[in-house]
Structures are given as C-alpha cells and as structure tokens.
Design a protein around this ligand. Structure first.
Ligand SMILES: Nc1ncnc2c1ncn2[C@@H]1O[C@H](COP(=O)(O)OP(=O)(O)O)[C@@H](O)[C@H]1O
Ligand SMILES: [Mg+2]
Length: 270
C-alpha cells in the first residue's frame, strides 16, 4: 500500500527550474529519503504534497486524498517540518504550540516529552529564536499529535550534532512504530541511518531510486590480491579467507553514498 504517491508531477518555473515529470511513492511504514543538493526541487515537491501549490501537471495523493483538493484534511493529520519556519513571528513558542494543538483539536499531547528530549524552552518569541531553536519548535509541533505520516523538509538544518543525533534517534523510534516518513535531505548520513529507500533528485528529475542497502552495495568493491609467496598468504589467511597465495578482500567504502551522490551530481559543478 502506498501512503504517499507522486505521479508525473511537473511544476516549471522556467530556465530549467522546478520539477519535471517526477514520480515516486512512499509505502506504508516506509522511511523514504529524498536526497538532493540545493535547488534540486525538494521543497517544491514537498509544497505540492502539503497542498500549498497546485500541480501544473500530474498529481499527488496521500492516503488516496488529493493533496490539492483535500489539503486541509491532510494538513491536520500530517506531521510536517517545513524547510524554513518563518511565520507567526510575534508569537512565543509556547503560544505557537498551543495554537497548533487547538487547530488540530488534539487532547493527548506529547509536547512535554519532546521539549525535554530536545532540551528546548519555548517561552521566548519566535522572532528572537535562533535557526536551531525554530527548528526544534518545528519538530515539537510536527510530532506532538503523534501522526502516522510525516513529511520533513531538511529537518536537521540548524541543529547541532548532538540534537541532529537525537532527531535521528526519534525517526528510528517512529520507524519502529510503523510510521510512514518522507524526509528530504542533502546529508548522506542521516538518510543512510534512517531510510529504507532513497530517491536522488537532480535538476527537478529523479536520477535514481533504490534501497539504501542496494545503493551501498553498489559501492562494495571486491579485490583479488596476490601475495609473493604461500607463507605470507598463510599468515594473512588467519585473518582473511585466503586461498593459495591469493586473497579475496572486500572493501566497503565509508563514504559510499557520497560517492554515489557525486556520480549523479558531478557535472553540476562544471
Ligand atoms: N516560486 C518560485 N518561482 C520561481 N522559481 C522558484 C520558485 N520556487 C522555487 N524556485 C526555484 O526552483 C528550484 C528548486 O527549488 P527548491 O524546490 O526550493 O529546491 P530544494 O528544496 O531542493 O533546494 C530552485 O532553482 C528555485 O530557485
Ligand atoms: Mg529546500
């Protein structure tokens, strides 16, 4: 079952900008990484899913609801972290969370746990918050009503490494709870740690979709090493699976996803 479905989505801003004939889906209980550099079209895609903009061509659905026509219903249920949290500047964080809870008509609220987890005091005005604080406010607002489907637009930007890890832990927990998650990112590590599948978007088009495991597997290298004599080979064979004076060595590169990523984006830097 597909929870989030994007079919032939096109939004042409001119000059090669926008998204073009984009299709992918996120299945029930899946964590999908939407990976791409700045300007690739991640936020544009996500804004269609949230019903903020209408598709020129193609369609988006969430749980079979049309993202444009049924946007209000979708927005009420979803856990969404926007790329930039810049509205309601005059409210304090506390007021914003109260407003969000009222709007969603939620009774059971996970807010207290989330504030503790992210060591966040929301009392001050949003306009006085740093980028990291606004990001934490966005996280609390997205998780506090315990939604089944999440959409995150570069959720860890502005967070320090400790808080980035706390966020990743939270995503892993929600994954275990069976939640469906679409997460945009340009950080390989966070998608590698959390996502079942990864879609790589480049210049508004999907360059590749594969499981994180398969993308990594592509970059496992197999070497056949010949040693000078059998004695040397035997001593190595204690550590490796040596045959005669040849060794099979498997090397998996730490930055495998980054390498794959660069294969897709390499010519962007020309
Ligand atoms: N409303 C708009 N009008 C014109 N161009 C836009 C608009 N919104 C986004 N773009 C352009 O479309 C491209 C994709 O933007 P965006 O989806 O924000 O990328 P990403 O989130 O992957 O960084 C960028 O080149 C951006 O400048
Ligand atoms: Mg963006």
């Amino acid at each position: 079952m597909c929870e989030i479905k994007i079919e032939h989505l096109t939004r042409n801003y001119g000059g090669g900008k926008g998204v073009f004939n984009l299709s992918f889906d996120v299945k029930h209980g899946e964590v999908f990484g939407f990976l791409g550099p700045n300007g690739a079209g991640k936020t544009t895609t996500i804004r269609h899913l949230m019903g903020f903009i209408k598709a020129q061509e193609g369609s988006c659905t969430i749980n079979d609801l049309d993202c444009w026509k049924d946007s209000e219903k979708i927005q009420l249920k979803l856990g969404y972290i926007p790329g930039e949290i810049s509205y309601f500047d005059d409210m304090s964080g506390t007021e914003f969370l109260k407003f969000t809870a009222n709007y969603r008509k939620i009774h059971h609220n996970l807010q207290k746990d989330l504030l503790e987890r992210f060591e966040f005091d929301p009392k001050i005005k949003i306009k006085k918050m740093s980028k990291g604080m606004k990001q934490k406010l966005g996280i609390v607002a997205a998780f506090m009503h315990n939604p089944d489907i999440f959409i995150f637009d570069e959720p860890t930007s502005g967070l320090d490494p400790l808080m980035q890890n706390r966020f990743i832990d939270l995503v892993i927990e929600e994954k275990k709870n069976g939640k469906t998650i679409l997460m945009s990112s340009h950080i390989f590590e966070e998608v590698e740690k959390t996502c079942d599948r990864i879609g790589i978007i480049r210049q508004g088009k999907m360059a590749a979709i594969d499981s994180a495991a398969a993308l990594k597997e592509r970059h496992v290298r197999h070497y056949n090493v010949k040693l000078e004599n059998e004695t040397l080979a035997e001593s190595f064979a204690k550590d490796f699976n040596g045959i005669s004076n040849g060794l099979n060595v498997t090397v998996s590169a730490r930055q495998s996803l980054e390498e794959i990523f660069m294969n897709y984006y390499g010519d962007d830097r020309k």
